[in-house]
Design a protein around this ligand. Structure first.
Ligand code: HEM
Length: 500
């Protein structure tokens, strides 16, 4: 009997190891035939060594320069094949292809049990993506007389101006906490009107939970992504238990808010994202159709708004403050435009951004330089996908090196110079550049891009309108370290703000 158990256990172990080694062997054969791009030395099961959690974008760009002759190279995270693309045109082509619509099986995806937009696939993903994009256009209310979403962002920006004025009166300060409050309140009001704003007792715990969930054992380089069984072994077991309990607690918080919403729900008066979701859910129930719109999905989508939106938008605004307070020439040009078009008291509207082309160009330049999501989110190849002379195999992970694209000497003249003019045409009109991809591109590009741009635009213009900003230290901004967290932030910097 014991012998049979041992034989079965050995058989299972051999099958498991063979499954882990297979992608490595297949990739090595494909690399040697030239049907997969090359890459740094890698080993079976353990993968490629020396991956840097501090500045991974620098390593990816270095490997691209060494191995990526067509703007693509490959490496291994544990046993999983990773294909990295640093060519903007290839990225635009590939991410339009439905075969790249998948998401790899990561620890975070398992914790979310494939819920939320970022981790779902197939019909559910299509349904909830269509809904979220529609809901973030003023909750799908169409072009009514007032745009609630814009109103919420304007209110948060007005509070931001007051907070900055208060902090500035005490001397040099960091804008981080005032901006965090502004972004969190823009997201909270959009998601659920008055609940979960910065004065809600649940707010601090919510942002802390988001930080823990998105950094503990869930970063791209974590071994838990590729070896799920590690979650049963210390110290990973405790780490995983902590993350799961934080998610459970956050789901409970969202459930409370949802219950409050359901109790006051009026389909003819949609106040926010949750109301819009409840309306969509009711429509599906009335039609008797199978629905992707479950309560559990809404709870995870609500958490996702914080994880996908909070840190990236905060980081973008922090880059904006760093760059403007280090570049008086650009700040003065923005102020001249705002004074001429809006004057000193009119609250900016995102829908009228075409009237402020220099400011819009400046924000595009901030997003390019900041590249707060340097690799976007990873994609999973759903079936073998030919590209150039290569074939990306089914289940390979595809990563885009947006940082490499945004800092490419081939695509941008002086990429390390902060120059908004590169986004203006000869007549001074704003001109988008297809190689600037802060929100990614293609079928899975950021679904909150317009919402994020609205928060950034209204907040930045409001601040520039009211204050002169100056950094207090003389270190050039290019020497401020990029800190790798949920998003990439500039390291702490202090500035003064004087009322204009
Ligand atoms: C400046 C702020 C932001 C930046 C730079 C940013 C950037 C990105 C990037 C690069 C992706 C990966 C796309 C891909 O997989 O190819 C993404 C995905 C996503 N973003 Fe954003 N984002 C921002 C703000 C927001 C906000 C405010 C929200 C929500 C309201 C949001 C919701 C999402 C969602 C749900 C996804 C997953 C889309 C999908 O898988 O279909 N983002 N974002």
């Amino acid at each position: 009997m014991l012998q049979i158990v041992v034989i079965i256990a050995c058989g299972a172990l051999i099958a498991y190891l063979a499954r882990l080694i297979k992608p490595y062997v297949s990739a090595q054969i494909a690399r040697s035939k030239g049907s997969l791009p090359g890459g740094p030395p890698s080993y079976p099961i353990i993968g490629t060594l020396g991956i840097d959690d501090d500045e991974p974008w620098a390593l990816m760009t270095k490997w691209n320069n060494l191995y990526g002759k067509d703007g693509m190279f490959t490496f291994f995270l544990g046993p999983q094949l990773q294909v990295v693309i640093t060519d903007a045109e290839l990225v635009r082509t590939l991410l339009k292809d439905p075969r790249l619509d998948g998401r790899p099986d990561t620890n975070l995806k398992r914790i979310f049990s494939s819920h939320a937009l970022a981790f779902s696939e197939g019909t559910v993903w299509k349904d909830i993506r269509r809904f979220e994009i529609m809901a973030l256009k003023d909750f799908g209310r169409g072009s009514g007389s007032k745009n609630l979403l814009e109103e919420y962002c304007q209110q948060a920006a007005t509070d931001l101006v007051a907070d900055v004025q208060e902090e500035a009166a005490r001397g040099a300060f960091s804008t981080r906490s005032a901006i965090l409050k502004c972004v969190a309140n823009s997201i909270a009001t959009t998601l659920c009107s008055t609940a979960l704003k910065s004065d809600d007792p649940r707010f601090a715990r919510l942002t802390d939970n988001v930080n823990v969930v998105f950094t503990e054992g869930t970063t791209p380089n974590s071994p838990l992504n590729v070896f799920p069984w590690l979650t049963a072994i210390p110290p990973f077991r405790q780490q995983q238990a902590n993350v799961v309990s934080r998610i459970t607690e956050t789901l409970q918080m969202m459930q409370e808010v949802l219950d409050e919403h359901r109790a006051n729900f009026d389909p003819d008066n949609v106040r926010d994202f949750m109301d819009a979701y409840l309306k969509e859910q009711t429509r599906h129930v009335d039609e008797g159709s199978a629905s992707s719109f479950t309560d559990r999905q809404l709870l995870f989508m609500s958490i996702e708004m914080y994880f996908a939106g909070l840190d990236a938008t905060l980081a973008t605004l922090q880059w904006g403050m760093l760059l403007l307070s280090s570049n008086p020439r650009v700040l003065a040009k923005c102020q001249e435009e705002i004074d001429r078009v809006l004057g000193s008291t009119v609250i900016p509207q995102y829908t009228e951004r075409h009237l402020l082309p220099y400011c819009e160009a400046m924000m595009n330049e901030v997003s390019r330089i900041g590249t707060v999501d340097p690799f976007g989110l990873p994609h999973r190849c759903l079936e073998d996908t030919p590209i150039l002379n290569y074939v990306i195999p089914k289940d390979a992970t595809v990563i885009v090196n947006y940082h490499g694209i945004h800092m490419s000497e081939k695509l941008w003249k002086d990429p390390h110079t902060f120059r908004p003019e590169r986004f203006l045409d000869d007549q001074g009109k704003f001109q988008a550049n297809p190689n600037n991809l802060p929100f990614a591109t293609g079928r899975r590009m950021c679904s909150g891009d317009n919402f994020a741009k609205m928060i950034v635009f209204i907040s930045m213009v409001s601040l520039i309108q009211r204050f002169n900003f100056r950094r207090v230290d003389t270190k050039p901004w290019t020497e401020i370290k990029r800190i790798n967290g949920v998003g990439v932030h500039p390291d702490e910097f202090m500035l003064t703000a004087t009322v204009r």
